[in-house]
Structure formats: structure tokens, C-alpha cells
Design a protein around this ligand. Sequence first.
Ligand SMILES: [Zn+2]
Length: 567
Amino acid sequence: MGFGDNSAPPSRAFCMPSLLSPKTQRSPLLLAWLTALWLGTLCNWPLWKALLALPETGSPRGLLFVLAFAGIITGVLAALLSLAAWRLTIKPVAMLLLVSAAAGAHFMGTYGVVIDDTMIVNVLQTDARETRDLLSVRMFVTLVLLAGLPSVYLWRTRLVAMGFGRQLLRNLGGVLLGLVLAVVLLMACFADMASTMRNHKSLRYLINPLNSYYALGQVAFKKSSKPRGPPQVVAADAVLAARPDGRKPPLLLLVVGETARAMNFSLNGYARATNPELTKLDVLSFRDVSSCGTSTAASLPCMFSHLGREQYGNNKDQHQENLLDALQRAGLAVLWLDNQSGCKGICERVPNAMANVAASGAPALPEALCDGPECLDGALLHGLDQRLEALPAERRAKGVVLVLHQMGSHGPAYYKRSPAELKPFQPECKTNVLQKCDPQQLINAYDNSIAYADRVLAQSIAWLQQKTPSFDPTLLYLSDHGESLGENNLYLHGMPYAFAPREQTHIPMVLWLPEAGSAVAKSCMRGKLDRPLSHDYLFHSVLGLMGVQTRIYQGDRDFFASCKTKP
Ligand SMILES: [Zn+2]
């Protein structure tokens, strides 16, 4: 069976220079196989790099295994592309695969990320300013080399016309040959393949571009199977407990941090002074807190759900109410204020606002805080009085939960997350191609973003202190997930939870309570700083703190439970 060009002399058909010469005539099936070969070998360089770094591949047998792996991927891709090897379809399908493979290779190779369904959700939810942070010359070069060059060749190639029946027969032959190639090679290296894939499960998410399409399929399938209509009600019975005489209504400032990792907080023992302001304020820093996910899209809905990580993982496709719905149903005033790409659906049914739009009645946002639509986290505090006063008075009288969703240390452009006048750690890495950064400069840029978060939190506490005449204030800060800063050649976050390094899941959590008058005893909480905690506790702890009673409240997941003061 041949998939060459029958009309060309045989001496030219398979010779490389003629392949590259313009305007030659080729069969769609040959283009399919050439594209498969390009994708299966060059576009998978992050996979080869990861495989060759393993101790298992340090022998001639290991090298043969890597070659066989490339052959298997090429065979599978060739079988798939053979299905599309028609005059009208082969070029667009091949180019689409080339572009997605080149983009996937860039992100995997540059940031050490893998592509799974959570990563695809992150990509789909990325907004324009986040995208801008990710663009780079390196990305452009990768796209030109891996997708541009072969696309030009495809574009310039004329396709041989062939009858439908003949083309169908050839294509089916192409599918069969691809599958036979993959199966024979797989059988030849089965032992190595089985042990390598078992020991290094995340490698499967590097198989490019099949990883992206597999994950996209998973996401699309989940979306289409999602029930429409209102979410499943959670805590339908939520009511407020009667407040003891003389106790002021609670005011919780719940600050959701972004990409902050616990180990870079000097409050937790980090050697650099990343928390100069909070250190002065006698805050409580919990040292052993784990996130629910390793990305915003995974963590946010999970941390506001009553289910906890394990149960949420099995139910994440269910459309359910969350903590904010329960608080609002109990009669409290709730506001979600966002300085990032949104609340991932959590704040849909409660009052919400974007921090880059000034509150009504408040002065315009200072220019020093905002660069176009992108604002530093200080913008969250601008006009906060007006935002508080705009909430319904009868609800405010019962208690208030303000959620501030920070931009925090969102990468890879860490240097954009701190203002020019607050960059104590110098010099700073100013590129988003993190592997090109000097490792220390990268950490400097990241630590500057932590130092700025420290200042914003101190300002938030100062704002809360002004509210003590009318409220019982509390500040609770916790990050959505951590970050890899080059440890084990990993950058950013989003690793599947099971293989995620601790840097991505160990998050800071900081609590501030007033010296006196709080419903929670500070001295008691101080004794609990080393207790292992997680996002699983957030839902129940906030209900407990705010005095919301419901059947689904679990006292053992309320970290305030044993430290309540008697009125
Ligand atoms: Zn995040």
C-alpha cells in the first residue's frame, strides 16, 4: 500500500528536497502522515525532555524506549489524521493540530505544566489581561517553528485529485497502518511503558497534542451533561442564632489570596522579611494549611463548597449552592469584590462588584493603583466604606461578610503584582519566560508580590479597626493555592492534585482578631497554629463565626468552634 504521489516519478516521490520544493503535488494521505511524524516527534519535545531526565532512560534500552514512544504517538496520530485525509479537510485539520501542538509544547516546555481537564478550564477562563501576561517572543518563535513552517509547506502543496472510493480505501489503509505501527511498538516495549507510566503518571498529560484534545473532550462532555436551571439548594434551613445582648454584629473581611505559598511568608519562618506590616499587628498565622486544588478554577468553587476536597472532587460537576448562598439565606449582608478574572460562578447570586470600577459615591480610582483595567490589590480597599453602606441596612444590622478576591501573586508576570515603590527585593525578573529568569531574580519578584500582599492585608486590618464602634470585626486571609518557582524544574501551578508538589498546595492562612470584644478568643486560637487545616474547614468555620445555624454545619470542621468566648 502506498500513500505517495502516483503521478510523480518514483525517484522524486520520497526524496526530501522534493518534499520541500513548492507547489509539488501530494496525496492528502501523505500530508497526514508527514504531519503525524512532525507532531509525534518535534512537537513532543517536552515529553522527550521529561523522559530523558528519568533515571530509567539512562541506558541504551531507555533510549530505544523513547524512540518507540515517539513511534507509538506518531502511529496513533497518523491513524487519526488518515481519517481526515481528504482534499478538503486535510489542510485545515493538520494546521489546527499543528497550532494547538505548538502552543501546548510552548506552555509545557516553558512552565513545566501538564495539560489536563483542569488546565483546559483554566485556559478557557483566562481573561485578556492574563493572556497578555503569557505572551512572549519565545512563544512566537515556538509557534513559527513548530506550526508556521509546516503550515507553509502544507499551504503550498497541491493535492492530488482522486476518486472517492480510491481515497477512502487508501485512508482506511492509512488508519490500519498507523494502528499496527502503534500496537507493534507498544508490544515491543510494553514492560518499560507500563512501569514508566505507572511510576510517572503525569507523563500521560505531556502527550501532545492528544492531551489537549482529550482534556477538551472531558470538559465539553461535563459541560453538556451539566444540569441546567437553578443550583441544588444547600443549607435551606440556614438561620441566624440570636445574638447575645451587647454583642455587635459580626463583620468578616474574607480575603481570598492568589498564588501565595505559605513557605514565602516570614510569619511562617521564611528568612526574608516578606511580612513586615503583619508582623507588627499581632496576627495569627496558621502554618499547616492545604489547598483544595492547585488552580483557581479548581480551588475557588471547592473552598466555598460544604463538601470538602474529597467529596467535592467526586461531585464537582453538580451545580450546587455555596457558602455565600448560605450566609445570604440566613439574613447576612454579603458582597464579593473581585480584582481578578471573576469568582468562577460562586458569587452569581449575591451582590458582587469588580475592584477596577470605582464604587458609586466614591472618588475615581487613583492612577497609581491602576494601569488600564488592571489594578493592584490596593484597589479592593478603595471606596470600601461606600460599598459597605450600599448593602441593605437590615442585613448589615445582622452581620456582614465581605470577600476580597485578590490578584495576589498571579504569575508568570510576578513583577506586575507590586507597585514600583514597594519592591524591597532587587533585582527583579521582568520577563514572563520564567526559565530564562535568574532563579534569585524570579524569587525576588515573587517575594515583592508577597510583601505587597502583606501591606494590603495590613491596610485591610486598619480599615476593620475603624469599624469596631459598630461591628465585631475579623479578618481571615487564605490563598487559593501555592506556586512552583522552579523547584524540580516546575513553574506556576495546576499540577494534578495527586502529583502536585507541596509548594503548590501549602497555603498561608492569616487571622486577625481585635484585642478585646471578639466572639473568638485570640489566646485560644494562638494555641492552634500548628493544627493541620485545609480549605475543607472554610465553609463550616465561617458559618460558625457568623452564627449561622443549619443541619449541614459540621462542628469538627469549624476551627473557631473550641475558642468561642462567652458573652
Ligand atoms: Zn489561583
